[in-house]
Design a binder for this molecule. Sequence first.
Ligand code: SAM
Length: 254
Amino acid sequence: MSPSSKELKRGSLFVVSTPIGNLEDITLRALRILKEVDLIAAEDTRRTGLLLKHFGIETPLTSYFEGNELKKGKWLMNRLKEGQRVALVSDAGTPGISDPGYRLIRLAIENGIPVIPIPGPSAIVTALSISGLPTDAFLFKGFLPHKSKKRKETLQELKEIRETLIFYESPHRLIDTLKDIFEILGDREVVLARELTKVYEETLRGKVSEVIDLLKERKIKGEITLILSGNTRKEKSFLTPESTSEDHKNSEKL
Ligand code: SAM
């Protein structure tokens, strides 16, 4: 029996990825699971309600968000233990990635509930895939601290990281964050991915200073993912020209 024709296992939590903008970016499997589960726990029931309506899905919705997650988490565990099949969806993208979903996933694991991933889009991978920066290794840092002092401290900790860096950022803090990046990490290559998969999708590429210049006169809106080149400074040669000649001198003496 192929996995798609299997009856959904009772008492399981399905972690279902949904589009990060364009509604066509949902998998056939995600649609089937959302149709077949007994209950959908959504970060934003209004937003998920629109998605379900678009696809003619009538599964009952309940809210699960930062604020009700303790009480609601226990309630959902009881539903799962009774044998209900529950789908977890976030505002957009993959649940648990920089959203409260991970707490429910952890709780389910602690309670011995099967947790089943239904993969799909996530802003991290979507932005990284078109960045043109190295993708073999990367560090996702989520949202940087809101206050400049803390943000600079976090950036300082990332200074020596060689891997490509990925951040989520709000449009209100974007310019300040880019200025802090410039000050702490230098004029690195940056890719600003805005409103991916949506009508006003835009990708800006350049040095941090160039992107700051481009944005100076603009009012920035929408959802943003920033991709930044890692520390690509060449490692100092173990034998610098000076030390080489010194070594030679010494070896001549020996
Ligand atoms: N769980 C989601 C995922 O897998 O992509 C991320 C949730 S996080 C709370 C939301 C942040 O993701 C936004 O503030 C923005 O930084 C980034 N994001 C979401 N949708 C995006 C899009 N369409 N384009 C660029 N960045 C996006």
